[in-house]
Design a protein around this ligand. Structure first.
Ligand SMILES: NC(=O)c1ccc[n+]([C@@H]2O[C@H](COP(=O)([O-])OP(=O)(O)OC[C@H]3O[C@@H](n4cnc5c(N)ncnc54)[C@H](O)[C@@H]3O)[C@@H](O)[C@H]2O)c1
Ligand SMILES: O=C(O)[C@H](O)COP(=O)(O)O
Length: 600
């Protein structure tokens, strides 16, 4: 294979142990240098000679290392996590970072099952005791997993693979994942629960398979552990820090949790005396040193996967799984780029505003995207579709699982159960002062008749609103956006006509349209040290329904009884994040109906 048409062969550096199966693919066209054991300084000194770098989790690809790599075009991570790569720096330097999001899924799932069984049957402690010359049979009596409930937090690729294997062991399967694909869940006999609390209450074993992102850091703390049975065991083969290590240690010591199987820690390797080390030493814990992906097969898979991608990039093609790859090809750049940004923002706004991650109560939806005006004659809408899917998933994914581009967007959407219909309309847009716009409508997914979805809908409707109200809520999930002077704007959000630039941290409040509301919000934010940078107030859209105050003073949307009251939407641009306590305290204020915080 001719790479770059150069007679000089590009060079690739591999400073960690990467399976030879992939490296063999490189040797025909690249100069391959395997140099394990380099110090950070040595690496820094030689990186300037290389066109590609292949790493696992130990090489720290800092901004300064990447900047020293003057010829570097690709950093390939032979595995999933790119925590050790400075992605922003790589993107700024035009270095593509690729990974292997599928290659070690089965290995991680099987390791979870290994820890499940080890914790259930005291395998670690019994082996240690026997090696120490003891024979403590009665002390090592375990429990069977058959008939027990496995609670799965995060039903993505690893979570589903674990579910299938645990089903084979005769376990009952429940999961909490607001974004799970219901048909995949049903096919693995997993019941999706409407709240996380139910998962904690039901689980005999709780297994964690979410990404490590801001919203999952410390997701399982003392409060959550206290909702679990004292006989329950916790497994973490995802990432250190999703379970609060101090809280878990306390619960194990207090006997309110019976055991744990842990592969990942907040500090790796743990420092002597830190909480991770204390957990590792704890008699009720089976611990492994981040071995989830350490099988011969997984290492072969990830090596072949990333080496193929290194070859693609060095020969000018788009890779399969680039963490920071461009969604758009250079020739489409001028016309579509601003709309790519708009679609990504619209997707992210949808997930954060209409589909909060702490409940599974939203009904499954299908998305209709309509490209209006001049956009209706675009040669391709693939980059727009890809940007929308990326935006939808970005608030709930870690950067390493967000490798969406025009090559793989349809596949990713399908895997995640996201149904998007695209259509074009040449109507009227010129009159609005811009030439093209995009409208997103979410509607009830006809697939929601599947068994698991029915269970989920039933469970959530008994908790809160009626099915009719829920349907209506979904029907109101409309976002329209346009681009003016290369800047994206949102012109409709739900029932409200508005105009704001979707950028930075924004507080979106739906409230009764009456005096004093801005003051109330401003005072609360001021107290929390948050400055308001911009503000837009949108009155209810013409033709939209007004809200009826029912007899008891509670709010009934579109209700026939009682006095009608107008609503407004207040959109505030903020200079920093607002924590959930402040957000929730605003909802308590009189006339404040809904408040969401979005980061765009
Ligand atoms: N130990 C190892 O060696 C090893 C190997 C591979 C993967 N991993 C880790 O395993 C985890 C899962 O990987 P994956 O490939 O299955 O990821 P994935 O992206 O396919 O699945 C993650 C799932 O978590 C869900 N989720 C996000 N936020 C949630 C929340 N607040 N509550 C409930 N669910 C939520 C998402 O909707 C998604 O379905 C990741 O943390 C990954 O880094 C570890
Ligand atoms: O992110 C990953 O792929 C896993 O956590 C495995 O990491 P490793 O390559 O360091 O074993």
């Amino acid at each position: 294979m001719a790479v770059n048409g150069n007679s000089v062969r590009p060079k690739v550096l591999i400073p960690e142990k990467v399976s030879p199966d992939g490296l063999a693919l490189l040797k025909g066209s690249l100069e391959v240098h395997e140099r394990q054991g380099l110090s950070a300084d040595e690496l820094h000194e030689i990186i300037g000679q290389y066109d590609a770098l292949i790493v696992r989790s130990e090489t720290k690809c800092t901004a300064s290392l990447l900047a020293a790599g003057k010829k570097l075009r690709v950093v390939a991570r032979a595995g999933v996590g790119v925590d050790n790569v400075d992605l922003d720096a790589a993107t700024k330097l035009g270095i593509i970072v690729v990974n292997s999001p599928q290659g070690n899924i089965n290995a991680a799932a099987e390791h979870t099952i290994a820890l499940l069984m080890a914790v259930a049957r005291n395998v670690g402690a019994a082996s240690l005791s026997l090696k120490g010359g003891k024979r403590e049979r009665s002390k090592m009596v375990g429990i069977e997993v058959k008939g027990k409930t496995l609670g799965i937090l995060g039903l993505g690729k690893v979570g589903l693979t674990v579910a299938r294997a645990a089903g084979g062991l005769g376990m009952r399967l429940s999961a909490f994942d607001p974004y799970a694909n219901p048909s995949l869940a049903a096919s693995a006999n997993v019941e999706i629960l409407p709240t996380m609390d139910e998962l904690f209450e039901q689980a005999d074993f709780l297994t964690i398979h979410t990404p490590m992102i801001a919203s999952t850091k410390g997701l399982i703390g003392s409060a959550e552990l206290s909702k679990m049975k004292p006989t329950a065991r916790v497994l973490n083969v995802a990432r250190g820090g999703i379970v609060d290590e101090s809280a878990l240690l306390e619960a194990l010591e207090a006997g309110t949790i019976a055991g744990a199987g842990i592969d990942v820690f907040t500090s790796e390797p743990p420092k002597p005396g830190d909480t991770a080390s204390k957990l590792i030493q704890h008699p009720k814990v089976v611990a492994t040193p981040h071995l989830g992906a350490s099988t011969m097969e997984a290492q072969e898979n990830v090596s072949i996967d990333v080496c193929e991608q290194v070859l693609s990039i060095l020969s000018g093609q788009l890779p399969r799984s680039a963490v920071n790859a461009p969604i758009i090809l250079p020739e489409e750049y001028r016309t579509l780029r601003p709309f790519v940004t708009l679609l990504e923002k619209m997707g992210s706004l949808y997930t954060q505003h209409f589909s909060p991650s702490n409940t599974a109560s939203q009904l499954r939806t299908t998305f209709d995207l309509t490209y209006e005006g001049s956009l209706a004659s675009a040669n391709t809408t693939k980059p727009l579709f890809a940007a929308f899917v990326k935006g939808l998933l970005s608030p709930i994914s870690s950067p390493d699982s967000l490798n969406i581009n025009i090559v793989n967007a349809e596949l990713v959407a399908k895997e995640r159960g996201i149904l998007v219909n695209e259509s074009r309309s040449r109507d009227q847009v010129e009159q609005e002062g811009y030439s093209a716009s995009v409208t997103l409508r979410a509607r009830l997914d006809p697939r929601s008749s599947s068994a698991s979805r029915t269970r989920r809908a039933e469970a959530s409707t008994t908790n809160s609103a009626s099915a009719g109200e829920r349907r209506k809520k979904i029907e109101e999930q409309v976002i329209t956006g346009f681009v003016s002077h290369n800047t994206p704007y949102i012109s409709r959000l739900g029932r409200f006509t508005t105009s704001f630039v979707p950028e930075g941290t924004m507080l979106i409040c739906r409230n009764f349209d009456e005096p004093g509301k801005i003051g109330v919000v401003g005072a609360k934010l001021g107290k929390a040290g948050v400055n308001i940078r911009s503000m837009t107030v949108a009155p209810i859209e013409t033709g939209g329904e007004e809200v009826g105050l029912v007899g008891d003073g509670s709010v009934g949307e579109g209700g026939a009884e009682g006095e009608k009251q107008r609503e407004a939407l207040m959109i505030l641009g903020l200079d920093r994040a607002v924590d959930d306590v402040v957000r929730k305290s605003l909802i308590g204020e009189e006339g404040m109906l809904e408040v969401s915080v979005v980061v765009l």
